[in-house]
Design a protein around this ligand. Structure first.
Ligand code: HEC
Length: 466
């Protein structure tokens, strides 16, 4: 257990360092072309594009959300028309790196070629307002949760004061809880108190055995992972049992990125047992730079289940530090573009729920698919323009059955030239995978996580969306 915990801390550090070193991403790409689409109106008006914007931009670009400015009114959009056009044409906004022509997922937010062309034409014609009298009222967004009303809420015990020094921070913190009884957990949602500055969060759950820790609610500070650089962060959080041993930890139980709601699988599928006493552990709680002092008080929404996780979720971790090696060895000399692969043959049939590709700064493209013993190819995911800032986990619309003996193939292209705008070094330096849990900024990684349950007949008809 201690080993797992150390690795998680190092992992958090690595994410921290790597995100801290990032640039803004979209600058040097050639100006992308407007898709050619027939049948657009001669004059495109705000009334034509407002529904697209409300569905695809407003979830993040409105007061109190992650987007840096609102895109709600005509004036909002008019003011940002030029950059918005560029971001939309380049498919950087709305952020949805997965190629929807390859595979489809729950909660997709991606514009069609027609929507992109319509938007570009509106901007090019100078942003005509037109007749907006038939526009429906602005959408009303649920407060506090993307999933509805939670069964319980676990708050962080204290607010975090974000200093106005304009720098990124990567904190480790815990949100301890005492419930009325042991039960089962169906879904967990992390809700940032300050959506503008909370950029991402990766969380685990710690469970105390009855009597294991007399004071399960023992408070602790937020720990800056950059300044600690120590595996003792968990000690400083007072996570141990009273006898000094480490409590069991369920890793990767909850993740946050703007715009993505956590999966809530059908009852009995996935889910966890949750002890009466425990804590949510934030391995990396990333705060973006702020110019003025501000605060964040985040929380966790919990949904319980009366039934135990009848079909427990399992995880296949392919690639770096995982269950299948990267070939060739992940070592990229300066000024080269290389393709790496990893393969895993399934010893049994599985029903895939959610997948999560992971690379660092040098990643360019990512592809994963399975080939069955009957030689059919099953698409998993294709990312044509890797963006390390938007490392979503993707949930299939229906369970995706992969038969016994199928081989999962992962192919990734990494670019260690100066032309890669995200290259942390100029001139480029040799990049390689970490050999242990000690992950440094300069390391590259190629990982593919597959969350699945053991397959049963009829699984392909089970819908995973809400
Ligand atoms: C999932 C949340 C989300 C959605 C949906 C979203 N954005 Fe953004 N947008 C952001 C965040 C966060 C940033 C700032 C960070 C960044 O640049 O990546 C941003 C930045 C931008 C920028 C500034 C980019 C720059 O480099 O100056 C523009 C323009 C933009 N978004 C337009 C749009 C448009 C237009 C849509 C809808 C078609 C949209 N966004 C949808 C989250 C979102």
């Amino acid at each position: 257990m201690q080993k797992v915990m150390c690795q998680l801390v190092f992992y958090a550090l690595c994410i921290a360092l790597l995100v801290a070193s990032c640039g803004t991403g979209s600058e040097s790409a050639n100006d992308p072309k407007v898709p050619v689409v027939a049948g657009l109106p001669d004059t495109v008006t705000f009334a034509d594009i407002a529904p697209i914007m409300r569905a695809n931009c407003m979830p993040c670009h409105r007061e109190g959300q992650a987007g840096p400015f609102p895109l709600v009114s005509y004036n909002d959009l008019k003011r940002k028309a030029k950059t918005a056009r560029k971001m939309v044409l380049g498919r950087w906004m709305p952020p949805w790196p997965a190629d929807t022509a390859y595979s489809r997922f729950v909660g997709e937010r991606a514009l069609t070629a027609r929507q992109i062309a319509l938007f570009a034409k509106w901007v090019d014609q100078g942003g005509v307002l037109g007749d907006t009298s038939a526009l429906p009222p602005l959408p009303v967004y649920p407060e506090g949760s993307l999933l509805g009303k939670p069964d319980a809420v676990v708050w962080l015990p204290d607010a975090f004061h974000i200093p106005g020094d304009n720098r990124d921070r990567f904190m480790i913190a815990k949100a301890p809880f005492v419930l009325t009884r042991d039960t089962f957990l169906r879904a967990v949602e992390f809700v940032p108190g300050n959506r503008r500055f909370v950029h991402h969060m990766n969380g685990a759950m710690v469970t105390y055995q009855p009597g294991g820790k007399k004071e399960p609610l023992q408070p602790s500070d937020y720990i800056d992972s950059d300044s600690t650089k120590s595996i003792d962060a968990y000690g400083e959080l007072h996570l141990q049992n009273d006898d000094g041993s480490w409590p069991p930890l369920t890793p990767n139980l909850v993740n946050y990125l703007p715009g993505l709601s956590p999966p809530m699988y059908p009852p009995g599928i996935g889910g966890w047992r949750i002890g009466r006493e425990g804590a949510f552990l934030m391995n990396s709680l990333h705060y973006g730079p702020s110019m003025r002092d501000t605060v964040d008080l985040s929380r966790f929404n919990l949904w319980f289940s009366a039934t135990p996780p009848e079909r427990p979720m399992r995880e296949l971790a392919m690639g770096t530090l995982g269950d299948s090696p990267v070939v060739p060895e992940l070592l990229i000399p300066p000024d080269t573009v290389m393709t790496f692969r990893s393969e895993f043959k399934l010893p049994k049939a599985i029903s895939v729920l959610t997948i999560n590709p992971h690379m660092h700064l040098l990643g360019k493209r990512f592809l994963a698919y399975a080939v069955t013993p009957a030689n059919d190819t099953i698409h998993l995911i294709r990312i044509n323009d890797w963006d390390f800032r938007w490392q979503y986990a993707y949930t299939f619309r229906h369970m995706l059955v992969l038969p016994k003996g199928a081989v999962i193939h992962v192919e990734a292209v990494m670019d260690n030239t100066a032309a890669n705008r995200n290259n942390p070094y100029d001139p480029p330096r040799t990049a390689r995978a970490p050999l242990t849990g000690h992950i440094r900024t300069t390391d590259e990684m190629l990982q593919f996580f597959v969350n699945y349950v053991d397959s049963r007949p009829g699984d392909e008809t089970i819908a995973l969306g809400r």
